[in-house]
Design a protein around this ligand. Sequence first.
Ligand code: AMP
Length: 505
Amino acid sequence: MNIAVWLERTAHVAGHRPALMRGDDLVADYAGFFARAAALAQTLHDRGLAKGDRVALCASNSPDYLVVMFGVWIAGGVVVPINAKLHVKEIAYILNDSGACHVFAGRGLIADLSAHTSQPITALEGADVAALTNGRGAAVALCAPDDLAWLFYTSGTTGRPKGVQITHGMLAATSLCYPVDVDPVSPDDAALYAAPMSHGAGLYAAIHVRMGARHIVPRSGGFDPEDILTLSQAHGPTSMFMAPTMLRRLTDAAKARGARGEGIKTIVYGGGPMYRADIEEAVAWFGPRFVQIYGQGECPMAITALSRADIADRSHPRWRERLASVGRAQSAVTLAIVDATGQPLPPGETGEILVRGTPVMPGYWNNPTATAATLHDGWLKTGDLGHLDADGYLTLVDRSKDVIISGGTNIYPREIEEVLLTHPSVHAVAVVGRPSAHWGEEVVAFIVPAPGMAPDRATLDAHVLANLARFKRPKAYIQIADLPRNHYGKVLKTALRKRLQDTAD
Ligand code: AMP
């Protein structure tokens, strides 16, 4: 099944429904959306695109992004969404690795990209793409569930990005889990694109197309909290995906203007650790509008979900514990926690999280070595450490690569970060290990102070010691103006470790 048949069906039964919006302006109804995407598919065929060929999309969010995505699928092609904020050399690497035969790019990127790649490039905005989406439409190509739909390049917090193969079957499974495990979708809803479509926010387009909901793309094409609050209020009920750092900014902006999230139906957050202090503040301010998901490119958006009720139900005796978890397995997967030898562990014990099920990737693109290291007997090794409770709630402890081993004891940085973040003088924090002749590794905390604050060592030490065992106390606190992050907002702990290494050298 080709995921693009969902667009074809919605266009047939509800062609007049509003589909694509740029800010407050309606750009296309469902009939127009499908007609443009099918015409693009025909143009791509005319230019020689064959089934399975890759087409890269490297631009900020726009309604045309969705037209191209569905157009490529109608043609039987594979979309390679690339974050437009990457360095041009990183983009060129992905273009080469994926073997993309055509590129759609933001206008501002075209000159730079042309110097690094030989593929034909079309500007995603304006006349260039409009000219390709005007003619007669192609029929939706027949696809099997195992056929590739999307090559998702991992965010590369460690090493070179790898191309995760996402099939039409995986997209359908992730999409169908959404209304069951995350949030029901109604035709009156609007998907608001607050986060890049090249990542999870784009994956959620399909289920909203299937239900005939609106797709609202803020005019900025990026994350602007003010715009999101205004658009939601004008066009609600809106749903959107956000990384935890974005939610924090949204809460600050809403508080500053006294907005309580009017028009926002659901904010799905995930993609990185949500600190307890931040979600508690967001729920206290916005009310029951949140659902958490845990996923990774290799099992996109579909490993676990923490429900709206779990997040909002303060009266539950284990509310805080559950809020700190990532919820329970979504419907299309099975979870296991295993020790270093691969043996299953009982509830309460921490080990590596394994996942199997329909949304799990068949492997990395052209990378059998990485595939063999990640998939074992149908199980995906997530590289995340965590534990399950007796009710099936999963708590992530940390990435296995980030665990600090000091004096032979495992120390999980996230636990220390959670505690430091509750101190009023700390705005953001990242804890990493530094090589130590005596301990193997020792704990170092990078601290971004809250505005106007300059926390000293004694204050932070006292705060940590009031909450955690002595051996977890950082040996150093390093103040830093901002934490290094990748283009999805994830903290680059590799860069912090390198900084410590360089200083030691
Ligand atoms: P990516 O493949 O770039 O989406 O990164 C996936 C990784 O992000 C996962 O393996 C986790 O380490 C982390 N992650 C995703 N969702 C969550 C979440 N809800 N809470 C904490 N970490 C998360």
